[in-house]
Design a protein around this ligand. Structure first.
Ligand code: HEM
Length: 204
């Protein structure tokens, strides 16, 4: 799927971009490669595949769970802890009588400004999840109450919630060096996601 054909600039430096736009613009190509990889493993073609997708999401959301719950970040971003979705992914797995899967690569231990990039990646993933939620409902009969809890939109609506979140992200005091570190964190997050897709779905 390509949702970004209108956007070609990559790897520009910070310039006048807001923090969130800086991350977005420099992650676009990587994001789309993740989007394509995920769709290529056909996560909604069968319940078995969807369970693998949940196991993938569980690994990713487990890694970022501490970031969402970080006390200092919660002072800066009100209500952040409530946005964590690891527990919801686990409930989705339970709904389908499945459980987490161990992976061979160690889970990254994150600190400093890189956590902001991982957070951007995790929270932004709920924007595109609109498509995934539809597929989960239409192809597998799942819902926000059963099996697809973690893909459901925020109560404020997906778009509004994301705009509000971006606004908060942009108020964080981030200097140039931290911006660069955060971007590396976001790119690492996408790269890690790909590693886990390949391992769980057993694709090259
Ligand atoms: C098949 C899987 C996916 C599809 C179809 C998809 C699709 C999309 C779409 C359509 C958007 C909105 C783009 C825009 O408004 O310009 C988006 C945004 C985003 N997605 Fe995905 N996505 C997928 C997977 C992921 C994954 C796995 C992650 C993270 C691990 C992710 C992270 C993000 C982020 C961070 C944004 C926000 C971009 C921004 O506005 O800054 N996406 N996605």
């Amino acid at each position: 799927m390509s949702h970004h054909s209108d956007y070609n600039e990559q790897n520009e430096d910070s310039g006048d971009l807001t923090f969130a736009k800086f991350l977005k613009h420099n992650c676009q190509t990587t994001h789309d490669s993740v989007d394509n990889l995920v769709m290529s493993v056909k996560p909604f073609d069968s319940t078995d595949n969807y369970i693998k997708f949940l196991q993938l999401q569980a690994v990713f959301h487990k890694v970022v769970d501490n970031i969402y719950k970080n006390p200092k970040l919660n002072q800066q971003i009100e209500g952040l802890a409530k946005l964590a979705r690891y527990d919801e992914v686990l409930r989705d797995l339970q709904d389908l009588n499945a459980s987490e899967k161990n992976i061979s690569v160690p889970l990254p231990q994150l600190s400093g400004a890189e956590t902001l990039g991982w957070l951007y990646c995790a929270e932004g993933s709920n924007v595109g999840a609109a498509f995934l939620f539809k597929d989960a409902q239409n192809k597998l009969g799942l819902s926000a109450e059963h099996g697809a809890r973690h893909l459901a939109p925020h109560i404020d609506g997906r778009g509004k919630h994301w705009r509000d979140f971006v606004e908060k992200l942009n108020t964080l005091p981030v200097n140039e060096e931290e911006r660069a570190t955060a971007l590396q964190g976001a790119l690492d997050a996408f790269a890690f996601y790909k590693v886990v897709v390949r391992e769980i779905f057993d694709v090259a």
